[in-house]
Design a binder for this molecule. Sequence first.
Ligand SMILES: [Zn+2]
Length: 114
Amino acid sequence: MVIADQSRHIESDIQSAMLEWRQRGASTGASIGPLSAYAEVPLFVNSKASRLVQLADFVAYWVYRGYESGDASVLQRLAPGFDQEGDVLHGLVHLVRDYRTCECLACASRRDAP
Ligand SMILES: [Zn+2]
């Protein structure tokens, strides 16, 4: 499911991105293949009217900062909120070729799992 803030994104840009994700996969730096199982068409909401979208934006921002800027201070505090089973984080996945050497929360939880 793709949910976008209607005040930030132009619908045609999101439609184009979804078409590309369906055909070639997302550009995450890792090859995850085409994403063909979308539940819906893109949903556009006004983030000013939806606290849930504001929360998702907040979490996405701090996940981004944790991985791209090396500032994982807030991500560390958010980690218990991600879906997990035992000590393995399922709700936060780092798409990296060699998770065995990555020190992030998501990779470490998988590496250390029994
Ligand atoms: Zn990682």
